[in-house]
Design a protein around this ligand. Structure first.
Ligand SMILES: *Cc1c(COP(=O)(O)O)cnc(C)c1O
Length: 381
């Protein structure tokens, strides 16, 4: 067989518009937005806030920085607890530790892999100050019961929407629902700036604090700090890329949805006992960052064999996340009771590409190869 190029799990799509705006920045000679110079970051923030229907958007130089500065803006620090899922990218819990607080891991809904609102009560401590729901794979967490719970216990909800640009909850854009929402623009994400992040909020006090924390705690003037901050500023070049990407985002999202539908159409011929396909519960609109299926019959080893088979067929299927955070060395010391669904999902899920660069032929190949691999490996197990 002829060596064939691997179909990547996600891929940035860069065009002339990005190149034109980046050149514009380079020619202007203004590379940073510090001290009010430069306009790309300000423009990008304005357009992004508009897109998610939020009053304020504050850009950062990564999604992790966005999470960290949101926690600091909410006043989270040493002695505080924050409820987080363990079934997510490490940055969700890492940001809590960076803020000096303690992550408490909460189990997930088995069907959506997002934090389970019914498990919050059990994890709550006297010191709990915030919750970070994650919109995993691009599907919004069940935010209404989470926000109700937060209100009842006076907690801040900082949503990790690093994978969910353009997703919606009860017809509201993700980014305008929680107290603060954090996005990432890492190259694999629904839209990219190379590296970058954003916090959106409707609360002015948070927006002000975020802007100060992003730049050494400076307020108004540079070289006058009112608090301890960081250098989490997004440079002008990434903001230029982001502006061009944001314009294309609706098209990207439409294509992701069409591709997910094509995958579902092909894969639904498999018995549910062989493969559980991703769901979109009522009121929760997916952004289809990843198309994640579950093999209910499999242990990690068998799931990994399915992935190996797909890779040999030129499909970069991957598991997000093989190791839940509470099992990683730096995080073992934090509370992690009853994470049964988390541990089960980590063994059984695998993600398939659904990104906008896929063509019909590739989609057909993915569904066909996935069906064959699952049938074959479940039969011989
Ligand atoms: C990508 C991601 C982050 C971190 O974003 P970076 O821009 O890579 O720092 C945080 N949380 C989740 C769920 C992510 O997928």
């Amino acid at each position: 067989m002829k060596a064939r190029q691997m179909i990547p799990i996600n891929v940035p799509i860069i065009g002339e518009e990005e190149i034109r705006l980046v050149l514009e920045v380079l020619k202007s000679g203004v590379l940073t937005s510090r001290a009010g110079s430069g306009s790309m970051v300000a423009k990008f923030e304005e357009e992004f806030a508009k897109f998610v229907d939020a009053k304020y958007a504050v850009a950062a130089n990564s999604g992790t920085a966005a999470l960290h500065m949101a926690l600091l803006a909410a006043g989270i620090g040493p002695g505080d607890d924050v409820l987080v899922p363990s079934f997510t990218f490490v940055a969700t819990a890492e940001a809590v530790v960076l803020a000096g607080a303690r992550p408490i891991f909460v189990d997930i809904e088995p069907e959506t892999y997002c934090i389970d609102p019914t498990k919050l009560e059990d994890a709550l401590t006297e010191k709990t100050k915030a919750i970070i729901p994650v919109d995993l794979y691009g599907l919004p967490a069940d935010l209404k019961p989470i926000l109700d719970f937060a209100e009842e216990h006076d907690l801040t909800v900082i949503e990790d929407a690093a994978q969910a640009h353009g997703a919606e909850y009860n017809n509201r854009k993700i980014g305008s629902v929680s107290h603060m929402t954090c996005f990432s623009f890492y190259p694999s994400k629904n839209m990219t700036t190379g590296e970058g992040g954003m916090v959106t909020t409707n609360i002015e006090e948070y927006a002000e604090k975020l802007r100060a924390i992003r730049s050494h705690g400076e307020k108004g003037d540079t070289y006058y700090s009112v608090m301890v901050g960081h250098n989490y500023r997004m440079p002008e070049i990434p903001a230029a890329i982001g502006l061009a990407q944001l314009k294309k985002l609706p098209k990207f999202l439409k294509k992701r949805r069409e591709n997910a539908e094509a995958l579902t159409k092909g894969l639904k011929q498999l018995e549910p006992s062989l493969a559980k396909l991703p769901k979109e519960p009522k009121g929760r609109r997916h952004s289809w960052y990843l198309y994640t299926i579950r093999l209910p019959w499999a242990k990690a080893e068998e799931r990994n064999r399915v992935i190996q088979r797909l890779r040999s067929e030129g499909i970069a299927a991957t598991t997000y996340y093989q190791t839940p955070i509470h099992k990683m060395p730096p995080y073992k010391k934090y509370p992690s009771r009853n994470l049964k669904e988390t541990e089960k999902a980590a063994q059984q899920v695998l993600s398939l590409p659904t990104h906008p660069a896929l063509n019909k032929k590739q989609l057909n190949h993915i569904t066909k190869a996935t069906k064959e691999a699952i049938k074959n490996i479940s039969y011989h197990k």
